[in-house]
Design a protein around this ligand. Sequence first.
Ligand code: FPP
Length: 252
Amino acid sequence: MINAASKTTLIREVGIAHPTIAIPKHVAVIMDGNGRWAKRRSLPRFVGHQEGAKTLKEIIRCCKDWGIKILTVYAFSTENWNRPQGEIEFLMRLFKQLLVSELEEMQQEGVRIRFIGELNGLPDSLQAIANTAMLATQNNQAVILNVAINYGGRNEIVRACRQLAYDVKLGKIQPEEIEANLFEQYLDTCELSDPDLLIRTSGEMRLSNFLLWQLAYTEIYVTDTLWPDFKRVEFERAILAYQQRDRRFGKV
Ligand code: FPP
């Protein structure tokens, strides 16, 4: 077993992410900057989203190659409904198209798709496609692609509290039994471990209502690179940064 000091030395000497040391099990990503990417090229915003979808495909492949078991991506927040109607409609169409066109490859690559967020607030046609993709891939083992869609961290916590309150009212749970371990069973992420690494592209230093409960001890990596430009090399840079962190979980 390699100790922490030699681990750090080894990583620094090699200067690239090491394939076996401290690989995060769960990586979460705020895929920000699609609009700015397009604007810089005088292109409409939707082109940025299309390019962002290509990047996502590449990052799923990276996760598989690196043995990262869970990738959670922020695709559409509860606040994104405030965007122009045309952009919202484009994104809903894009999600549907991708969930259909990429399904076969997901199957071949062993990717299991699941969702977090209030799916029943989405258009019926998207809900149907999302459910089909979830069911079709439920036994896949290589990587879990966890898509946050119509997702907000506060909304998730409030929904969990509501469900918990119903269970208390029904007498299934006593108030004294409520503690963190029990509470997280009510979150959308109930069967997943917390993210080890959060990546945010395009430079903003905020959580934007993403995984507010689950990110309590997550390492945060922010890069100025815009999401459509965040390719394999950039991803490996984030893994390298993670490998150099000293995770203490509140201990000394
Ligand atoms: C944020 O960039 C990006 C989004 C709100 C959409 C991201 C969606 C994809 C990449 C497609 C993913 C598809 C599936 C099926 C998961 P922004 O528009 O906020 O960029 P800006 O801050 O530069 O304006």
